[in-house]
Design a binder for this molecule. Structure first.
Ligand SMILES: [Zn+2]
Ligand SMILES: [Zn+2]
Length: 276
């Protein structure tokens, strides 16, 4: 990690020229990472700044990130590529598979680390945490987890926090509606205040913006008003989406995410581009 507090650039670039949530594949294999194919696809689609965030889970061999850095350093890419990782956050304390000591050489090769706001700890196969007994307890847990992610100085970019865990809340049968009504307004305010205070970047994900919870714009508008640094991402997994055609995702496929930012009064002055 070259500098956790990257400076912003004054380059006049708009949200539709960036995609800051791209994967080469779900589980990159050392020696066989399709990073050049992904980058070629990004270039073909006219993107100017991209960020690759392959998953860093407990089962991940982190040497893939060193390999990716080497591949990126080898050729002229034709666009600006940032290298990060979507780090799985394991619990409400923001524990993660990243160990600052053991992984310091890998961390150094990344431009910054990004935190995934998934809630896998409740899955029956993982069960690191018991599912809270009520909707309010569940949302309180999500909020505590988000606060600890924001305060953790390992992470610069917070990936797809904008549904506040509501998709899972509904899936687990705790929330009756997919609506921001389930999230106390003071939680959203505290989230926004801390994101600004700790100088973090919020990534608006296309899949959430395409299928937003009711009242989604209330949260986005709060971020725009407090001038939170924002970025957008398609969450494309190149191998699975572009080659195997598994989902309808593609690099730069961020139309709904860009639209919601604009509808809420945001413009390109909020777009975060790290400057090294
Ligand atoms: Zn994710
Ligand atoms: Zn992802």
């Amino acid at each position: 990690m070259q500098s956790p507090k990257c400076q912003e650039s004054s380059v006049k670039i708009d949200f539709n020229a960036v995609d800051f949530h791209l994967h080469t594949m779900e589980t990159p294999l050392p020696g066989d990472i399709p990073i050049y194919d992904l980058i070629r696809e990004c270039r073909r689609r006219g993107l100017k700044y991209i960020c690759i965030v392959d998953h860093w889970r407990e089962t991940t061999d982190p040497s893939i990130f060193a390999e990716e850095r080497e591949l990126l350093d080898n050729i002229d890419l034709g666009l600006r590529v940032y290298l990060s990782a979507e780090v799985e956050i394991l619990d409400e304390q923001a524990s993660s598979p990243v160990n600052i000591e053991d992984h310091k050489d890998i961390i150094r090769k990344l431009d910054f680390l990004s935190a995934a706001t998934h809630l896998g700890e409740f899955l029956p196969s993982i069960r690191r945490r018991e599912l809270p007994g009520s909707k309010d307890k569940f949302i309180e847990y999500v909020h505590e987890k988000f606060m600890n992610i924001i305060k953790n100085n390992l992470f610069k970019m917070i990936l797809h926090p904008t549904d506040y865990g509501l998709g899972d809340c509904v899936r687990f049968g705790l929330c009756k509606s997919y609506s921001m009504d389930n999230v106390p307004e003071e939680y959203m305010d505290e989230f926004v205040k801390n994101v600004v205070h700790y100088d973090k970047v919020v990534q608006i994900n296309e899949p959430t913006a395409l299928n937003p919870p009711r009242g989604y714009e209330i949260f986005i508008r709060k971020m725009v008003e407090r001038r939170v640094k924002l970025t957008v991402g398609s969450d494309t997994h190149y191998l699975e989406d572009c080659i195997l055609g598994r989902h309808r995702k593609w690099p730069g496929g961020t139309r709904s995410a860009v639209r919601v930012i604009k509808r809420c009064g945001g413009d390109r002055s909020l777009l975060w581009i790290p400057n090294h």
